[in-house]
Each structure stands twice: as C-alpha cells, then as structure tokens.
Design a protein around this ligand. Sequence first.
Ligand code: PRT
Ligand code: MG
Length: 218
Amino acid sequence: MNDLITLALSKGRIFDDSLPLLAAAGIEVSEDPETSRKLILGTSQPGVRVVLVRASDVPTYVEHGGADLGVAGLDVLLEHSDDLAGSGLYVPVDLQIARCRMSVATRADFDYATAVKQGSRIRVASKYTQIARQHFADKGVHVDLIKLYGSMELAPLTGLADAIVDLVSTGSTLKANQLVEVERIMDISARLVVNQAALKLKREPMRRLIDAFARAAG
Ligand code: PRT
Ligand code: MG
C-alpha cells in the first residue's frame, strides 16, 4: 500500500506559520517556496510531501484527494462549504496560527448602528459572502451582498457599498483607508483539514501526523 502523505499548504503566512508546527512534528520542508518555483516539496520524512496551492484551493485539494490533508483558514473553510463533514472533510485541530478576525467595517461617517436599528437595507461588499450572508441573516439585517475578489476597502470609499466584511489583523489596512471596524463577526485561525477517506486508508501515518500537529499547536 502506498502510504505517502500529501499535505497542502499555501504560500505566505500559512506556510510560514506551519513551519514551526511541522518542525515540532519532526518534519522539515526541503525547499523555501519563496525562492524555489517548485509546487511539490519533499520533506525530511520520506513518507510526507508538501504541495503548494492557493489558500482558497486547499479545501478543494483535500476534498477531492489531491492532498490527504491541508492547512486552511477558518474563513476559507466556511466559504468552501456549509457542510464540511458532508463534503468528506474532517477538521480535527485548531492550529492557532494565522490568527485574525472577520469584521464589518464602514466609513467613519456611516452610522452603522442606526442603519441596523432602523432596519435599513445595507449594501455590503465582501470576498466572504457566505460568512457575511450568515452573519446578517442571524442578526435579521437586510443586506444586498456584492461579491468582490480583493481591495474591498475601496468599496465604501467609492460608494459601491456602505460596508465591507473583511479580515482584520492589526487594523492598519482599515486605518490607512479611513475605515472603522464597527462589528466583530468571529475570530479566525487556521485549521487542519483532513480527507476522511485518506484517514481510513492510511490510518496509522495519518493519525501520527494529526496527533503531532495537535500536540505542536498546544
Ligand atoms: O492567495 P489567495 O488570494 O487565494 O489567498 P489569501 O490572500 O486569502 O491568502 P493569504 O496567505 O493572504 O491568507 C491566508 C489566511 O491567513 C487567510 O485565509 C486567513 O485565515 C489568514 N489571515 C490572517 C489573513 C490575515 N491574517 C490578514 N490580515 N488573511 C488576510 N489578511 C488581510 C486582510 O484581508 C486585509 O486585507 O490583511 C489585511 C488586513 O490586515 P491588517 O493587519 O492591516 O489588519
Ligand atoms: Mg492575501
């Protein structure tokens, strides 16, 4: 049986923050993705390799078996599917890395609290339309959602939207664009996401790796 395990990571903060966890699990990645153009990286463990994919593609790779497991932000997982277990995905460990929050932000001169209280329709632009839809539905707020793929801060500044839903870490991106955080929707961190079928087929090495991640994440 082929027990090679493929781990999907994305370049940037997920890769960088996963390295110490991998090291604690006794795994060193053979190359630096910032200098190498390779998309498949070997590791110090012959049974484990890393594939580099777009952050939002990690759940797709894991769901369809292109990778056995991966590391993805909770934002990415919630946008991928509202039924992760139904897609054959198992999310066993909060890795506590790449932490930030999902928030609502507006221009300083937009009175969000009053708009909500009065039941006004609010125009909300976001890359995270599933999370935004759920949040405003839970609050009973009527919204017109506008799907964007980036530069969300621009939407309230140009009149495209009244508010945005975006990830906030230090707050400096909002500040630089004169936007204010008016509501925190949820805390976000990266999670280990596992293909349930792979876990059954490669039970021992998969278990060992998942347990090592869980211990390293504390
Ligand atoms: O490559 P692709 O565009 O598909 O994916 P991506 O841009 O989502 O990837 P990446 O590497 O930027 O983010 C990967 C994961 O890191 C996300 O899915 C989040 O779970 C997590 N994370 C943690 C963040 C941030 N912090 C963060 N600050 N993701 C994005 N940001 C952005 C945010 O969208 C905003 O533009 O940083 C800006 C805000 O930062 P501050 O510090 O100015 O508040
Ligand atoms: Mg990014």
